[in-house]
Design a protein. Structure first.
Ligand code: HMH
Length: 222
């Protein structure tokens, strides 16, 4: 396909995994109204832990942008994402209170969550290239954006009490922010060495796998 960015090429190549991450039964359950609310609450508590680990990851991407980027506007885009995370942490506290989920007590991170946070930590390493880190950053945000936007699409039967959660990541502004991240990643990937591009592709696949596992966690059990 002519003029197609690297990321769209990859999304076509890895379509099944991408659909698995963005149309997971957890998301389908929200959008058709059959969601088990205990699963939702479990996700909420676990995602709060994840987002707290996501903050230092984003900080590490800002550091790499400052050191390595060829375009000074990258920093503003990423900084905007960081600011959104500040709101997000506040939102989690409010939302948890609404559902009677106690974030102040220690929530035990599930295995999938711990694995994902450990993966994030590996990406914070100074020897991970900016191109690889920004690709991961885009993918992590894009999975939530695509998933929750689907729950708000025409014809969905998302329960009203879950609309606010879906809005959080499914809103248009968040969609534009994800497109900006995608543009940065695509620009970098175009210029990257084969080796770096390969690493970024493998990292994208890992993100998608971790996202699927993260949704799986809402089912409980392991
Ligand atoms: C697991 N992936 C997970 N949690 C999130 N909050 C996001 C992505 C998007 O910020």
């Amino acid at each position: 396909v002519e003029d197609e960015g690297v990321i769209d090429t990859w999304l076509r190549k890895h379509r099944l995994l991408y659909v698995g991450a963005t149309r997971h039964p957890f998301i389908l359950g929200i959008s058709d109204g059959t969601i088990d609310i205990f699963g939702f609450k479990r996700w909420l508590g676990q995602d709060y832990i994840f987002v707290r680990a996501f903050v230092p990851f984003v900080a590490s991407v800002i550091l790499k942008a400052w050191k390595e980027s060829d375009d000074s506007s990258d920093m503003e885009v990423i900084l905007g994402g960081m600011a959104a995370l500040n709101d997000e942490l506040e939102w989690f506290k409010k939302e948890a209170f609404k559902w009677g989920v106690k974030l102040s007590e220690i929530i035990v991170p599930q295995k999938q969550n711990k694995d994902y946070c450990r993966f994030l930590e590996s990406l914070m390493n100074l020897d991970v290239e900016y191109t690889v880190a920004i690709t991961a950053f885009w993918a992590i945000e894009a999975v939530y954006q695509e998933s929750f936007a689907f729950c708000l699409a025409a014809g969905s039967r998302t329960p009203p009490e879950l609309k606010d959660t879906c809005q959080r990541w499914g809103n248009e502004e968040f969609g534009k922010y994800c497109s900006s991240l995608k543009n940065i990643a695509d620009r970098r990937l175009k210029k990257a060495s084969d080796d770096e591009r390969k690493k970024a592709e493998v990292t994208l696949l890992s993100v998608l796998e971790h996202e699927v596992e993260f949704w799986n966690m809402s089912r409980g059990g392991t």
